[in-house]
Design a protein around this ligand. Structure first.
Ligand code: AAO
Length: 506
């Protein structure tokens, strides 16, 4: 009797949690994890990338750049370059951008889903494009839609009354202003209005029909959680034709920049609706691997540090905004050694849903993706060592990063064990009996005999090389009968990480 009461209680608790948690599930295929943000990639290139790299390498999904028609910000005559940020100014919900057409989108969706890679669309539902007489001159459009005039977007259609009254966000300590005024002066949609809700739901449902697994909700901080709850709640279930189970709900990644207790809009207002961007993860990874914090502290990294609960956190070392604007604190591809260490830690440490940035190279903060003189995006070229050319950085193809995604997949659901540190900037841990990783951020060599938790044998370090057949192009690590191994990471090595796992055994 006691058992059945407990069972009923647990069933009730778990089914309630299950319902509330539905929008936290990214719908990864088994053995896959991690979302890669293919910033400004074309759909035809993404489809190929799914088949030749992301699917076979076990990536879980892709965050796409905004997919609906945007205003074209004409470049100054001197530099023939359309900025990347024009995609954050929608003028309609037609699926046509520099990345491709609706037909291209569908082809990509079919091909990526077929190899186990999910798609998440960056949706701009807080606002529409600035109109030309707002001072941002040089706008045009790429498609059939007329340039918007005074909050009139005929192609949606939206009219003046669909927007909040125009006001500037002058006080970031005023939550109402953050929600109801204009971010960057962009016309602010009122999501409490029925016609607006209907347009947004129709747009998102259309993408669900086309096979997406979820959304990155741009500027979620600037919308009321109650309105988002209604909109998310009205969406259709994911499309079973693309392999989603019946009743599956869209995964939500809500962009809320919350850097701590001083903020008036908190991440905790949104995490019941889906995952939320955890910018503190990015900040602390920057601090640790730039050498401003000690690695030993990371033993307790997570919720105790003021981060969201793991299941609610979308974690990343950098994103497309802070790689441009917070380069003094966060890490990017421009500092490759500490960057790879931070991403490796993010992949090895079981916390949150991990997102990896895949950038195009930039010095100018506004410059758009590699493009020809007509503004068409140029495809990445693929070098013989798997890296990219033509101006694309492709962090997701760096051996150390791609191999750590595989490490994450292999170690999925195994706990941290055998934590070791020297009390300063050398740390190591294993993941169950599946994998072992060590980090050296100290100015001296790491040379220790440590318990790896792995079965005896010879393993290939997947940071310094790859396992190819029965040989290893990098360091070989011998795990003894008792699970211990001698671990060496020179202080001046190309990489400050060493990682082995059950599938890197020779
Ligand atoms: C462009 C032009 C503008 C022009 C506008 C209209 O650049 O000059 O006025 O068009 O013509 C992107 C670009 C914008 C671009 C826009 C539209 O970044 O430059 O404007 O497209 O084309 C806030 C928002 C957050 C937003 C972020 C950039 O809360 O939602 O700013 N991110 C998303 C996208 C982004 C996009 C948009 C939204 C708009 O990812 O790419 O903009 O669709 C504080 C606040 C944050 C605030 C930041 C930056 O954070 O807490 O909420 O984010 O400031 O303003 C420390 C502080 C912390 C601070 C943080 C900043 O950590 O503790 O409080 O630094 O990193």
């Amino acid at each position: 009797m006691k058992f059945s009461v407990t069972a009923i209680f647990l069933f009730t608790v778990f089914s309630t949690i299950g319902h509330l948690r539905a929008q936290h599930d990214p719908h990864f295929w088994t053995g896959h994890s991690t979302i890669v943000h293919l910033f400004e990639w074309k759909y035809s290139d993404i489809a190929q990338e799914c088949e030749r790299w992301l699917g076979p390498r076990g990536f879980g999904g892709i965050q796409l750049s905004p997919v609906n028609e945007n205003v074209i910000v004409a470049p100054p005559a001197s530099d023939n370059n359309r900025p990347w940020w024009e995609r954050y100014q929608p003028i309609s919900y037609k699926l046509t951008t520099r990345s491709g057409t609706e037909a291209d989108f569908l082809d990509m969706s079919q091909r990526c889903n077929a190899v186990g890679v999910r798609l998440y669309v960056d949706i701009i539902i807080n606002h529409m494009a600035a109109h030309p007489d707002d001072g941002s001159t040089g706008h045009g459009t790429g498609g059939s839609t007329a340039v918007p005039q005074d909050r009139d977007f005929p192609a949606v259609p939206y009219i003046l009354s669909d927007f909040n009254p125009s006001c500037e966000i002058t006080d970031w300590n005023d939550a109402e202003m953050i929600r109801n005024c204009e971010l960057f002066g962009l016309p602010d949609l009122d999501q409490s209005i029925e016609t607006v809700r209907n347009e947004l739901v129709a747009f998102m449902d259309h993408l669900i029909d086309l096979g997406v697994a979820g959304f990155r909700v741009d500027a979620a901080k600037h919308m009321w959680p109650a309105d988002l709850e209604v909109i998310y709640g009205r969406l259709k279930n994911l499309n079973t034709d693309f392999g989603f189970s019946a009743g599956a709900r869209a995964f939500m990644m809500q962009e809320v920049i919350d850097n701590g207790d001083h903020e008036v809009v908190r991440k905790y207002e949104y995490n019941h609706l889906g995952t939320v961007t955890e910018f503190m993860f990015s900040y602390y990874m920057g601090r640790a691997f730039r050498g401003n914090d000690e690695l030993v502290w990371l033993e307790s990294f997570g919720e105790d540090w003021g981060l969201l609960p793991s299941r609610d956190a979308l974690v990343f070392v950098d994103n497309h905004d802070n790689q441009r604007h917070d380069f003094g604190t966060i890490l990017t591809y421009k500092l490759p050694k500490p960057y790879k260490m931070a991403v490796a830690f993010g992949a090895a440490y079981p916390f949150g849903q991990l997102r990896i940035m895949s950038s195009f190279a930039f010095d100018d903060l506004d410059i758009g993706p590699p493009m020809d003189s007509n503004g068409n995006i140029i495809s990445p070229s693929i070098n013989t060592d798997n890296t990219c050319g033509n101006g694309w950085v492709c962090e997701h193809r760096w051996r150390q990063i791609a191999n750590m995604i595989k490490f994450r997949n292999i170690c999925w659901d195994t706990p941290i064990a055998n934590w070791w540190s020297n009390g300063e900037n050398k740390i190591a841990f294993s993941r169950g009996s599946q994998g072992f990783v060590a980090f050296n951020n100290q100015g001296v060599d790491f040379l220790e005999v440590l318990q790896t938790g792995l079965a005896p044998g010879i393993y290939c370090d997947v940071i310094s090389g790859d396992k190819e057949g029965n040989s290893c192009t990098g360091k070989k690590i011998t795990v003894l009968e008792d699970g211990r191994a001698s671990i060496h990471i020179a202080h001046d090595a190309e990489d400050g990480v060493l990682a082995i796992h059950v599938e890197s055994r020779l």
